[in-house]
Structures are given as structure tokens and as C-alpha cells.
Design a protein around this ligand. Structure first.
Ligand code: KIV
Ligand code: ZN
Length: 520
């Protein structure tokens, strides 16, 4: 058998490329860089930082990551065209470890309906473009898009052509999430065993989750010889998403009795990575999500609680600490000092000092005055809010609500727009509607609210509410935002403003002029 088998599984993260293709999840350059630093801390082997030809913004983000992030290989995606490959190379060139990922579809349906190319034309294009990319960079990843629905013989030919042209990684995508685990793994093995020269490349997989099988398919491929998996934090990605990195890595770690591979991932960084990606993309993690969901380590039934108290392993196959989930124990209160906060923050993975610590400490004091117990989740929310504040066009300064049974809900809101304060009042169907209408009068960005979710940050009646919203522009562009407060109307206002700040470029369609309300 000509299979390349070693025990290292390469973790190729595509949160910043395929993950960013999740509807409404667009990230700006600074946010991408922040996630890339966390991915490096996590120990991923490859960061697919974006699709450089797609937009100047994406090019710049990939380029900045290539310049500033050390550790992982930095990869840029390219279709099989010279323009795409030139852009991908220019963007990743500053990295110490650059990689170019070229792809072209190989299924009949894509060839006929999308590319309008024959099989021989596709083979010729693969040969030419992989060779072209190879002139720039030794490290070439090739993907036959929609591999699972491709004719097996043609797929094998396409892969062989890419290897002959110099591809060092062959990534087999289940682009539409169609495969079953019991066919996908064996398919990878057949490809590896049947293609002449296959031992020259590392075989990789990229699974989508349309049938909820992305992780199962990836693991089946690993058992059958794949030595790279493409995956994302929280499983975000096009449509139903990609295979979730934390689920793949923890499966392999927890069931090392079944898998002959190891990864370089520092699993205790998963929780932090998950929260960061959720906050910056605005995509909430479902409570029952494996590994990083709020309920992943909570035991509700009496029998389970009794078992866990007696011996944790009765109902836990991994520890919360192993993936960086905080203990959720009650930690600080209003008498806690700056040093106690700094220490707790450090335990949660955030080393803060000087002005940054001062800023979080003053917000902590305000919160501790409002709620008796400040939990780890509350502290993390405070830090994250501070991080968000760096690139705000709009900032909530003040709000007053008049609402109740039998009265018309009214809101007065003051928002600073690029440093200048504006105030407006509005009535609405409810207090949130009134606040949003008042904000709209100030910001004048014509958006529609398409999603609104409210959840509690921690337990208890005095818990902070966390609101996530999604807004949509007439152009179809969407943006998400998050806000937290013990006052859920204020949390709603913060979330809405955070979404408006994230409308691409935070562009103000009509600058606020003399307003009906008081100009401060
Ligand atoms: O799903 C897919 O086929 C892709 C390729 C570009 C790898 O994302
Ligand atoms: Zn994909």
C-alpha cells in the first residue's frame, strides 16, 4: 500500500475564509487579525486567512496576518486562474510559511452548469495553474471542489494531475455535505491507494455539515489515512457550516485508544477561541453545542449531579479545564479590588495591566454595584466589550425609557457619532422598538432588524442579559452585534449599535444634520 501514514494530524483552520462565508458573519481586518493571533495561540498548523482576490479588504487582511502572525502557515485561497493565484501569493508572501490553496470543481453538475468546461479542459487547467502557483511557492494545496459528487475516475485523474504538477496537499472537499461517514473514509483510502504518486502528497478533507455529519466524516477520513483536516472554530461556515475543530480535536484526544494520530493543539485555548469567534462574528453558540456550549459541562438531573459529586468521570468524559471552560463558580463582588480582578482575569487567560485593567476595573465596579455576585462569564463579557470598543463609529452615551401597561413606550437616546453627541426621542411598539427607532433617527443607516435574541450571561435573577441582533441593509449586506447589561433594554441598544458599527466600513449613509432633538 502506498499510503503516507504518520501520526501527525495537520489542523488547517478555515474560520477566516469558509467560516467568514457564514451569512452575516463578515469580519473586518482588525477582527481577522485578532482571531488569527488566537488561532496561533491555539497551535493550529495552517490558517486559511481569506480569499485575497475577493476584495481589497480581504487581500489586506490576509497580507496583515501574513506579516504579523508567526507560528502557523498562512494560506490564501485562489481559483484556478492566474489573477487569483497572483493575488493569493502577493497576500501570503510575507509569511515565513506561506501556502497557496487552489481549487476547481470536478463534479459533472459543476462542470456543466457552473464552469461550462469539459473534463479535459479542467485537467489542463489544473495542470497549468498548479504549475503556475508552484513557481511562487513550494507549498501548494489543491482542492477538487464537490469531490464527493464527482465521477470517481475523473476525480482520481484530477488529483493525479495536481500531484504531477506539484501539489503537496490534496484536499478532498464534501462541498455540499452529502457524504456518509461509512462511504467517505473508504473513498479517501481508495483515492490514496489507487492514484499513482499519491504518497507524494498529504491527503486532507474539508467537510460541510448539511446533514450534520461534517465531524463524523472528517474522523472517518482520518481513520482511513487523511492527515490534514480543514475545520473551523464553532463549526461556522457556508450554509450549515464546516466541521468543528474543537469537536474533531477533542474526539481524537478523548478516544486516543481508537486514533493513531496526535495534534499540536493547546486544547485549553478552545473556550477562549470560541467566545472570540462568536463575539466578533456575532454568531451565538448554541447552549448544547459539544465542547464549548454553555451546557456542555453542566449536569441537570439529580442522578447525574450525585454521580459527578461522587466521582466526576461517572458522567464526564473530559474536564472543562481541558478545553478552557471557566469553573463558573462565584468569584468576585463589590468589595473585590483591582488585584483580585487582575488575578481572576489572568486565570481566565487575559493578562491585563495599566489603562486596560483600569477600564475593565471601573466597568466591573459599576456591574458589582448592580449585581451581588460577579461570575467568570460576566468578567469575560466586560473584557470582550472593551475589546470591541476600539473601532466604534457610534457609541451609546445615555438612554431613558418610559414603558409600562397602558402607556406608549417612549425612548430618549443619546449616541455619539464619531465623537459628537446627538440625542433623539421616539415612540415604538415596545421599549426596544422605541430605542431602535430613536437610534435610527440619529445614525440614519437604513437597516432592517432581521434577528433578535436574548439570553442570560450567567445564572441568577440579577444576571446580565446578552442580546444578539442581526441587521440587514437594502443591498442585502448583513451585520451582527452583541451587547450585555443587567438592563436588557440597554443590552438591546448596545447590540444594535454594535451591529451598526459593523455595517461594512461603518458607513453613515446621510451624515446627521440638525436634529429635532437637543444637540449636545
Ligand atoms: O467547500 C468547498 O469545496 C470549499 C473549497 C474551496 C475547498 O470551500
Ligand atoms: Zn467549504
Amino acid at each position: 500500500m502506498k499510503m503516507k501514514t504518520n501520526d501527525r494530524l495537520i489542523i488547517f483552520d478555515t474560520t477566516l475564509r469558509d467560516g467568514e462565508q457564514s451569512p452575516g458573519a463578515s469580519l473586518n481586518g482588525g477582527e481577522k487579525l485578532e482571531i488569527a493571533f488566537q488561532l496561533s495561540r491555539l497551535g493550529v498548523d495552517v490558517i486559511e486567512a481569506g480569499f485575497p482576490i475577493a476584495s481589497p479588504g480581504d487581500f489586506e487582511a490576509v497580507n496583515q496576518i501574513a506579516k504579523k502572525v508567526r507560528g502557523p502557515e498562512i494560506c490564501g485561497l485562489a481559483r484556478c486562474t492566474k489573477g487569483d493565484i497572483d493575488a493569493a501569493w502577493k497576500a501570503v508572501e510575507p509569511s515565513k510559511k506561506p501556502r497557496i490553496h487552489v481549487f476547481i470543481a470536478t463534479s459533472d453538475i459543476h462542470l456543466e452548469k457552473k464552469l461550462q468546461m469539459s473534463q479535459s479542459q479542467v485537467l489542463e487547467r489544473i495542470s497549468q495553474m498548479v504549475s503556475y502557483a508552484k513557481k511562487y511557492c513550494d507549498n501548494i494545496d489543491f482542492s477538487p471542489e464537490d469531490a464527493v459528487r464527482s465521477d470517481f475516475q475523473f476525480l482520481s485523474k484530477a488529483i493525479q494531475t495536481a500531484i504531477e504538477a506539484g501539489a503537496t496537499t490534496i484536499n478532498v472537499p464534501d462541498t455540499v455535505g452529502y457524504a456518509m461517514p461509512f462511504e467517505f473514509g473508504p473513498m479517501i483510502k481508495r483515492l490514496m491507494m489507487g492514484i499513482p504518486g499519491s504518497e507524494k502528497a498529504i491527503f486532507s478533507v474539508h467537510c460541510h455539515n448539511d446533514l450534520g455529519l461534517a465531524v463524523a466524516n472528517s474522523l472517518s477520513a482520518v481513520q482511513n489515512g487523511a492527515r490534514q483536516v480543514e475545520c473551523t472554530i464553532n463549526g461556522i461556515g457556508e450554509r450549515a457550516g464546516n466541521a468543528s475543530m474543537e469537536e474533531i480535536v477533542m474526539s481524537i484526544k478523548t478516544r486516543k485508544d481508537l486514533f493513531d494520530v496526535r495534534t499540536n493543539i493547546h486544547t485549553a485555548e478552545f473556550y477562549r477561541a470560541s467566545r472570540l469567534v462568536s463575539r466578533l462574528t456575532g454568531m451565538q453558540v448554541q447552549p448544547n453545542k459539544a465542547i464549548v456550549g454553555a451546557n456542555a459541562f453542566s449536569h441537570e438531573s439529580g442522578i447525574h449531579q450525585d454521580g459527578v459529586i461522587k466521582f466526576r468521570q461517572t458522567y464526564e468524559i473530559m474536564t472543562p479545564q481541558s478545553v478552557g471552560v471557566p469553573s463558573s463558580s462565584l468569584v468576585l463582588g463589590k468589595l473585590s479590588g483591582r488585584n483580585a480582578l487582575a488575578k481572576r482575569l489572568k486565570d481566565l487567560g487575559h493578562v491585563l495591566a495599566g489603562k486596560k485593567l483600569d477600564a475593565v476595573f471601573s466597568k466591573f465596579k459599576v456591574l458589582a454595584d448592580k449585581k451581588k455576585y460577579v461570575f467568570d462569564e460576566d468578567i469575560l463579557t466586560l473584557v470582550e466589550e472593551g475589546e470591541e470598543g476600539r473601532q466604534e463609529n457610534f457609541k451609546l452615551e445615555f438612554m431613558q425609557i418610559n414603558s409600562g401597561t397602558g402607556i406608549v413606550p417612549t425612548a430618549t437616546v443619546r449616541v455619539s457619532v464619531k465623537g459628537k453627541s446627538f440625542q433623539e426621542a421616539a415612540v415604538g411598539d415596545g421599549p426596544v422598538d422605541a430605542v431602535y427607532k430613536a437610534i435610527d433617527k440619529i445614525t440614519r443607516i437604513p437597516v432592517k432588524l432581521v434577528d433578535y435574541k436574548l439570553s442570560a450571561v450567567s445564572g441568577g435573577k440579577d444576571a446580565q442579559g446578552e442580546v444578539t441582533v442581526q441587521v440587514e441593509m437594502g443591498t442585502g449586506q448583513t451585520a451582527r452585534g452583541k451587547g450585555a447589561s443587567t438592563d436588557i433594554i440597554e443590552a438591546s441598544a448596545k447590540a444594535y449599535i454594535s451591529a451598526l458599527n459593523r455595517i461594512r466600513g461603518g458607513k453613515i449613509i446621510k451624515a446627521p444634520k440638525t436634529l429635532a432633538g437637543e444637540r449636545v
